[in-house]
Design a protein around this ligand. Sequence first.
Ligand code: NAD
Length: 295
Amino acid sequence: MVFGSEEKRSYRMVQIIDGKAISATIKEELKEKVAAMKTEGTQVCLAVIQVGDDPASSVYVGNKKKACAFVGIESLAYELPESTTQEELLSLIEKLNADSKVNGILVQLPLPAHIDENKVIETISPAKDVDGFHPQSVGRLCIGQKGYVSCTPAGIIQLLKRSGIAIEGKECVVIGRSNIVGKPMSLLMLRENATVTVAHSRTQNLKEVCKRADILIVAVGKPKMITPEYVKEGAVVIDVGIHRNEGGKLCGDVDFDAVMPHCSAITPVPGGVGPMTIAMLMNNCVESAVLSKQL
Ligand code: NAD
């Protein structure tokens, strides 16, 4: 019997990368580390600032506080009204910069339109920039120096490594060039010695470009845009997208059911990249506390 590609596919095991389990392991590891630090007199502390009451932001902030409580990190919550001025926000950040008890400062984005996001990010001390958004953190990543890395891309590297997926020498295509996902993701894959292509809204022949990828990382922000025509047989597909459809069900940028049979490994949505972001935020806070002790 001759197997066509359909038959061959059905005989291959596809690895569904379990971000929920991997993030839970990371949080358990951090919990132990934080407990050990406490016995030596070090308490880890994260300040979380939210301006306004955007419901999605409130959910994210709530999840971050929950994760802090689980790991044993103290969280200081600042819930400021929508009418907060830029000056008021900057002076709170400066106060937290100067507070030696605070290891990490996180300002939940997006901010109200009257506040300059870049100015806010630049005011956070690079030593407390646990989101990895400060130009100094990005610059360090770019030139291969140690520093904080944006949590979602850092989480994806952990997903790949902890799933036993080799990165070195692989063709990697990242779709998306945003400052918080696409750009840092491509720099991290480069640091891991992949051959990296960054595709974006002006890329021509996107399907052909994506078909080259051994590892395809999708951060395009378009529900189920990636179908099998974009995917090389046996590729690893990482889906960063999060969308809620009319029925309230979550889906990613990748058409999971259609693409999955063509992959060697794939992240689901939910339960793939999503849970890793907060785990890496916790990791950055712990690192900040460790570093502050060494200074
Ligand atoms: P963004 O909108 O800032 O960037 C999207 C990128 O996709 C842009 O660089 C754009 O050039 C590119 N793009 C848009 N349309 C395209 C097209 N037709 N072809 C090729 N490229 C195209 O989005 P983002 O902040 O990078 O987020 C991307 C997705 O990831 C969103 O769905 C977001 O909700 C999700 N996200 C998830 C997490 C997480 O924790 N899992 C974190 C951040 C973002």
